[in-house]
Design a protein around this ligand. Structure first.
Ligand code: SAM
Length: 424
């Protein structure tokens, strides 16, 4: 059963939740027009950050605690829809495009029920991005509680990776990634540690106890702790609301839709300083956004831009001069679109792509395919099988460029058509 929280003391604490919230927001891949649910929103801290970055988001903040929702109302006013509701009950909200959640799911013991409930309120293809306590978390506090109460803690569920993946699938989600991340918090000041424990960790105990016993209980627990460390281990979930399963859907999901690509390109067109003539080329895949523009710098009359060395030198200078500003823009874009940014520039006849991501792509090959790679390696065309495979991909990409482009276009059209249809 959810219980009440002391929202104002909570907000005044040195909460590691702030960083957890930042990490969730970084992973969300929003374009800025979605309807988003913050499940277990607390005082609306992450919601406020999200709205500051993407004011066009239609945000629903939901929490079981009236005090938390009241604090969220003070912070957000009418910029979000605020709902007092229990995540283990059918949610009284219209469907959303994405769900975020920070430090809330471990308070719910039946994760399959939770994920099923969330799935019922999310459009097919919508993403779930969350953080909560995971397996191994608060071992020090648990030991102290056993010493003080004689019983292990029962109201909380610190799930592991395998059980979470199973619960997600059973609840109607495709798993993208589930992982554990240790993140201990040391609080050497005993008073601060006690306030922290009382407000953040021991609410379920204190709610069952007369108020005049709270102080003594919290002190006893703090003194029984082997170290003044709140040993957090975070469970981070990225999942996608399953559609009626079909291979086409899965393939489509791996390509960013035209809508997403356009949104990203438009954002860059608006955000970039006057560095380039015309709009830069913006190429997007699941991991990366590559931005390549033609430098605006006038080409010298003496024709020296015609020399490749001169052009390379000019591009190198631009790269140095704009490094800091490009990093700022790349950070903003990563926050917004959940992808790294790589840069490139053109000047004269020269096009240079700066460092871009190399992502490992696992595969299994049978002997005839392996022999192709081995021949390329033996002939010195490639250094290794991996290098040979990349060479083959580049070759197909170049020779079949127009065919691949028409495939992409066709898939984009299917994606748009599917979006216009009813959610499953
Ligand atoms: C530690 S707070 C985190 C709040 C906020 N997301 C943050 O990071 O500061 C946990 C929140 O989960 C909410 N919560 C716990 N169980 C819930 C449930 N069954 N339904 C809705 N909210 C719940 C609590 O009321 C509380 O606001």
């Amino acid at each position: 059963m959810p219980f009440e929280w002391n929202a104002h003391t909570y907000d005044a604490l040195p909460l590691p939740h702030v960083a957890w919230g930042q990490r969730v927001l970084m992973r969300m891949r929003l374009t800025g027009t979605e309807r988003v649910l913050d499940a277990g929103c607390g005082t609306g801290r992450d919601a406020a950050v999200l709205l500051e970055r993407l004011p066009g988001i239609d945000l629903v903040c939901l929490d079981a605690s009236e005090q938390m929702i009241e604090a969220a109302r003070e912070r957000l006013g009418d910029r979000a829809t605020l709902v007092v509701a229990d995540l283990t009950q059918p949610l009284p909200i219209a469907p959303v495009d994405a769900v975020m959640s920070v430090a809330a799911f471990h308070w719910i013991t039946d994760h399959e029920l939770l994920f099923r409930n969330l799935a019922a309120s999310v459009r097919a293809g919508g993403r779930l991005t969350s953080d909560c306590g995971g397996q191994g978390q608060l071992a020090i506090l648990d030991e102290a509680l056993v010493r003080v109460t004689g019983k292990p803690k029962q109201y909380i569920r610190f799930a592991g990776v395998a059980d979470t993946e199973a619960a997600l699938r059973a609840g109607g989600w495709q798993v993208e990634s589930v992982r554990l991340r240790p993140d201990p918090l040391r609080l050497d000041d005993p008073d601060l540690l006690e306030t922290y424990l009382a407000t953040v960790c021991l609410g379920a105990y204190l709610n069952e106890m007369p108020e005049d016993e709270h102080e003594e209980f919290v002190r006893a627990v703090r003194e029984a702790m082997a170290e003044p460390v709140v040993d957090y281990v975070r469970l981070e979930i990225d999942a996608i609301r399953s559609r009626a399963s079909s291979d086409v859907t899965v393939v489509l999901h791996r390509l960013p839709s035209n809508h997403v690509i356009m949104n990203i390109a438009e954002w860059f067109a608006g955000r970039l300083p006057e560095w380039f003539t015309g709009s830069p080329d913006v190429t997007v895949d699941r991991e990366e956004i590559l931005v390549v523009g033609r430098l605006r710098v006038p080409e010298p009359d003496d024709g020296s831009a015609g020399s490749d060395s001169a052009a390379e030198g000019r591009i190198a200078r631009w790269r140095e001069e704009t490094r800091r500003e490009r990093m700022t823009i790349a950070d903003e874009a990563e926050m917004r679109f959940g992808r790294k940014v790589a840069w490139g520039a053109e000047y004269g006849e020269v096009r240079v792509i700066f460092t871009s991501l190399a992502i490992p792509v696992m595969t299994r090959l049978r002997q005839p395919e392996r022999r192709v790679l081995d021949t390329l390696v033996a002939a010195g065309v490639a250094r290794s099988r991996a290098d040979a495979l990349a060479w083959c991909v580049r070759l197909v990409g170049t020779n079949e460029e127009s065919w691949i482009a028409s495939l992409r276009e066709a898939l984009g059209a299917v994606d748009e058509a599917r979006k216009a249809g009813p959610a499953t």
